[in-house]
Design a protein around this ligand. Structure first.
Ligand code: NAP
Length: 313
């Protein structure tokens, strides 16, 4: 999917707060499609800020988040979920009247609770979550096509200005994403199933292999089959981000893990009892789900899961 380049930007000035995978991918995608005028950036470390300038997805970088948001028409919070509340408190007095504030956090209700109370009435707060990512992080990991054909879920509060929601939706469409709106609590339940619990299971499986005394590390690496390799890829994801995800989406994740444990016991018992038909039926049903994902264009049937070399430009 390619998006046409616009003559006039959707936002004259955008501030990216946090300059890692998601923010840098937005920077590349906005630049490619002409969606933004000036892009100002802020990250904690001078090293990350210098990298963002050198790569060129920001036109200016600022040591303080408050400086980056001045005059911005759109402010994007792209830091770990646990860092968003304090940053919102810091930037609140400097936000331009009529600006839109959004975020890209993987959890929504906790972001609403930690960010919204700090923001002045004259800005529109529209929480968001691009359902796209890789196990890489930092300013060098971003690429322009990350969001193409992926869903971005917006969870606007009831009082959100519809024009501001429409404009932000246009921005995500311009970056190649499909956009849907939902309630933040519902969002957190959905992502607990499709993203958060699977990550925890991957972390656990890799942890189990690590603890197995009889399988030495070199054997795990040398003989790793595709299934385990995919777990290790997921389990290589950023520890800070994922710690915050589990701490802030606790109830939804615990609910899914409870259901997961029940299913695991069903399969464990079937294996112990030699119940082949149960296993066969179960795996036939799960195979159909994989087919549905491919038919919906959310992955390819290629053996590398379609995660070829990213295109940064
Ligand atoms: P990332 O690559 O690890 O980058 C995080 C950025 O935030 C870095 O630039 C870091 O700056 C900055 N940062 C961290 N704490 C900060 C603080 N207290 N003050 C200022 N800057 C701070 O992260 P990411 O993968 O882009 O994730 C960003 C957000 O997107 C998270 O909320 C995550 O839940 C969400 N998300 C991630 C994915 C994914 O697959 N990665 C997918 C969808 C949504 P330094 O480099 O200077 O430390």
């Amino acid at each position: 999917m390619t998006t046409a380049r616009r003559e006039t930007p959707i936002y004259d000035r955008v501030a990216l707060i946090g300059l890692g995978l998601i923010a840098s991918s937005m920077g590349h995608a906005m630049k490619r499609a002409g969606l933004s005028g000036h892009v100002a950036g802020h990250a904690r470390s001078a090293e990350t800020r210098a990298a963002a300038l050198e790569i060129g997805f920001c036109q200016s970088v600022h040591a303080r988040a408050a400086e980056a948001v001045m005059d911005a028409d759109l402010v994007v919070l792209a830091v770990p979920v646990g860092a968003m509340g304090p940053i919102a408190a810091e930037i609140a007095p400097y936000l331009k009247r009529g600006a839109t504030v959004t975020d890209v956090g993987s959890v929504k209700q906790a972001v609403v609770e930690s960010v919204a109370p700090h923001l002045p009435d004259h800005v529109s707060f529209i929480p968001g979550h691009p359902m796209a990512g890789t196990e890489h992080s930092g300013p060098y990991s971003g690429f322009a096509t990350l969001f193409e054909n992926r869903w971005t879920l917006l969870t606007p509060l009831p009082e959100a200005d519809p024009d501001a929601v429409a404009r932000l939706t246009d921005l995500w469409h311009g970056m190649g994403a499909k956009v849907s709106e939902m309630d933040p609590v519902h969002h957190d339940k959905v992502v607990a199933v499709v993203s958060h619990a699977p990550h925890l299971i991957a972390y656990t499986m890799v942890g189990v292999a690590d603890h197995l005394a009889q399988v030495s590390n070199s054997e795990v690496i040398e003989y790793s089959a595709a299934g385990f390799r995919d777990f290790t890829r997921i389990a290589a994801s950023d520890p800070t981000m994922w710690r915050d995800v589990f701490l802030t989406n606790r109830e939804a994740v615990l609910d899914i893990l409870g259901r997961f444990t029940e299913e695991l016991f069903v399969l464990q018992r079937a294996i112990r009892m030699g119940d082949g038909p149960l296993l066969f039926d179960y795996f036939t049903r799960t195979r159909a789900i994989r087919r549905g994902i491919i038919e919906a264009g959310q992955d390819t049937a290629a053996p590398d899961f379609g995660r070829g070399k990213p295109d940064r430009a």
